[in-house]
Design a protein around this ligand. Structure first.
Ligand code: ADE
Length: 265
């Protein structure tokens, strides 16, 4: 899909085939912000581990426990060591996802978090989506084929039964390392046909694909990117209510996964 002037679309196949008939046992839930993680940790009654899973000294945090016969792990990259804010964005997300997959060997990854939504595509604040596709909007490499690599478009693991059962919304997710949106990002997001904009999804899909683990995405809308409110203000204003809705939606997803085979999603 990459360059905005290009019409050809190259979307890689689903991360992992749905023909895989494994029973889901271990879940890796990756989350960028503490505010997004805590409602889920509380609902699933997870406990913080002793930190021994990850390299000594890193800020990464794991909450884990058994919930409805599932081994559930919530991983949050923690606070930046120098600035004390959540380590949001693609770099932290990729590193912690890679290390977590290697250590936990999950059957399924859920990347849960907040996102900006586009009202022109039908998004409203508080809506919860299960994105069908992910791609990047800030990796512009105008050289043939590198352009497509930069966009990194991928289909998410297909979950028709989950979508039906939970009545969540579906749309495409576009990822970049900025909360705001430059005119160039805007063009790429349109080229990506995205309904949602976040700061981690496509990076997590890349790592999941690399290590051949199926990944799904649960994204709750905190702000309307093509609305009239400044993004950062609207995001902070809605963060508490929307992360509560995200916690409820992720719990419903985990409830649905309990006892299922990957092929039953
Ligand atoms: N997360 C929540 N709102 C967002 C936005 N507008 N852009 C990127 N990530 C977000």
């Amino acid at each position: 899909m990459a360059p905005n002037d290009q019409t050809s679309e190259v979307t890689q196949p689903a991360l992992v085939s749905n023909a895989d008939d494994r029973r889901i046992s271990t879940l890796l839930i990756t989350i960028a912000m503490q505010a997004e993680a805590m409602p889920i940790v509380k609902r699933l009654d997870l406990k913080k581990d002793d930190g021994s899973l990850f390299p000594e000294g890193v800020s990464w945090v794991r909450y884990h426990g058994t919930y409805k016969n599932l081994n559930v792990n919530v991983i949050w990259p923690g606070k930046d060591a120098n600035l004390g804010v959540d380590s949001v964005g693609t770099i932290s997300a990729s590193l912690v996802t890679f290390a977590s997959i290697r250590a936990l060997k999950p059957d399924l990854i859920i990347n849960a978090g907040t996102a900006g939504g586009f009202k022109v595509k039908g998004a409203n604040v508080g809506d919860v989506y299960l994105p069908s596709d992910v791609a990047f909007h800030d990796r512009r490499i105008p050289i043939p084929v590198f352009d497509l690599y930069g966009v990194g478009s991928r289909k998410t693991f297909s979950t028709p039964e989950l979508l039906k059962a939970l009545n969540l919304k579906i749309g495409k997710l576009s990822t970049g390392d900025s909360l705001d949106m430059s005119p160039e990002d805007d063009k790429s997001i349109i080229a990506n046909d995205a309904t949602l904009k976040d700061m981690e999804g496509a990076a997590i899909a890349y790592v999941a694909d690399l290590l051949k683990v199926p990944a799904i995405f649960v994204k709750a809308v905190t702000d309307i990117v093509d609305g009239d409110k400044p993004t950062s203000e609207e995001f902070l204003q809605n963060l508490a209510a929307v992360t509560a809705a995200l916690g409820e939606a992720v719990t419903r997803v985990v409830d649905f996964l309990s006892g299922k085979l990957l092929s039953q999603l």
